[in-house]
Design a protein around this ligand. Structure first.
Ligand code: THG
Length: 369
């Protein structure tokens, strides 16, 4: 049977780059924040090889911004996350677990501080806008909360500095990791951050105004011919190797940030105002009893895990795999899963129930890259 098609309508929102992405041969899409997100151009493996050697331009418009602005913006944003934003400065981007009153993960966005009273929350795939609007309204905060016409375009890969410097100038080379500069393009100021959903390095350009989408796309491709620039997209294999988490796949509202291995992004004690603070302080006393791990699954290439694969040890259930793919570089099936504490130590052996049968697997405390 051929793979089913995706029916597109107004609800599956197009992006400022969709016409270019289509013209340049996108092979498949998913839907993320009710918007089209490319998932393959040539193939997962060919796209992966190219990403690791050259430079790609990714239409990640689906990383929508929730803009919070007004005198109470700082107070509201601290309510959302156990990460202490007290020392955050203008020009910084923070990876911010966001939780509900039980400490359950609602989203894992990148937060940008644009001014003392203006933030962008660059969200993963959940309707965080409604939660934030609800808090602001219910608490009578003096803020506006909305989704602006801002669409990130990522430039990722080892040649990203060269490509982005040709379009925005050599100033981009001095932008530090998870910092941004505001740089002009066609007379408009754009946020250019050193960030992105890969471990290959690069930038995210926050296109402010859809009308500039095709000019920006075309400028990058015109400048990058000799760099072998290609359209790309977040790559399943590479993000599993790098253990970049996918909200809704690797974690949900059932998980705390500590279970997700995001404890290093939490300063719950000093995150005064965070709605999940009491719940997280309580669970922090004992620590989590299950946590995200990388796994290497034995044997030949498996089709990617599109759901949940149960994990066993000695016949007992000890966790689940939620993402997997064959890694050409590590010559094994790389995976991400949630593993109980009895089996989460580095090097421990478990069994994964795959559609291809039971497979042995080795737990890894660290990511592959
Ligand atoms: N960029 C932007 N918005 C996003 C994503 C992004 N929104 C959706 C999704 N991705 C959110 N999830 C993540 C997950 C991981 C990272 C960023 C967003 C990430 N993590 C690095 C890591 O884990 O190595 C570094 C984190 C740090 O050290 O601060 O980059 O990609 N705009």
């Amino acid at each position: 049977m051929p793979a089913p098609l995706l029916s597109v309508s107004r609800r599956t929102r197009h992006t400022p780059f969709t016409d270019r992405v289509t013209a340049q041969g996108v092979k498949s899409y998913t839907v993320y924040n009710h918007m089209l997100l490319p998932t393959a151009f040539e193939s997962a493996e060919a796209d992966y090889r190219h990403l690791k050697n050259h430079v790609q331009v990714w239409d990640v418009s689906c990383e929508r911004q929730v803009e919070i602005r007004g005198p109470d913006a700082g107070k509201l944003i601290q309510m959302l996350t156990p990460r202490d934003l007290g020392k955050m400065t203008i020009g910084q981007c923070f990876y911010t677990p966001m939780v509900d009153e039980t400490g359950g993960m609602l989203n894992d966005p990148v937060t940008l501080k644009l001014s003392e009273d203006r933030y962008w929350v660059s969200i993963a795939d959940s309707d965080l806008l409604f939660w934030i609007k609800g808090l602001a309204y219910g608490l009578h905060f003096e803020v506006d909360v909305d989704e602006p016409d801002v669409s990130p375009l990522a430039v990722q890969g080892p040649k990203a500095d060269d490509l982005v410097a040709r379009v925005f100038g050599d100033a981009v080379r001095d932008i530090r990791f998870f910092r941004y500069s505001v740089l002009p393009f066609e007379g408009r100021d754009l946020v250019v951050a050193r960030s992105g959903y890969s471990k290959q390095g690069g930038f995210e350009i926050y296109l402010d105004g859809s009308d500039l989408g095709e000019p920006l796309w075309d400028a990058l491709f015109a400048a990058g011919d000799d760099l072998q620039v290609r359209p790309g997209c977040p790559n399943l294999i590479e993000r599993i190797e790098g253990r970049l988490l996918s909200y809704g796949n690797d974690m949900t509202r059932e998980n705390t940030p500590h279970e997700c291995g995001l404890g290093r992004f939490c300063q719950t004690q000093s995150a005064i105002g965070c709605v999940g603070r009491n719940a997280l302080l309580r669970v922090a006393v004992e620590g989590p009893t299950r946590q995200i791990r990388s796994l290497a699954i034995d044997g030949d290439a498996l089709a990617p895990c599109g759901g949940v694969w149960p994990v066993f040890a000695g016949g007992k259930r000890v966790g689940r795999v939620t993402s997997s793919a064959w890694s050409p570089d590590f010559e094994t099936n790389v995976a991400i899963g949630m593993i109980r504490m009895t089996h989460w130590d580095d090097g421990m052996r478990v069994e994964v129930e795959t559609p291809d049968g039971m497979r042995g697997a080795t737990i890894r405390e660290q990511s592959f890259i």
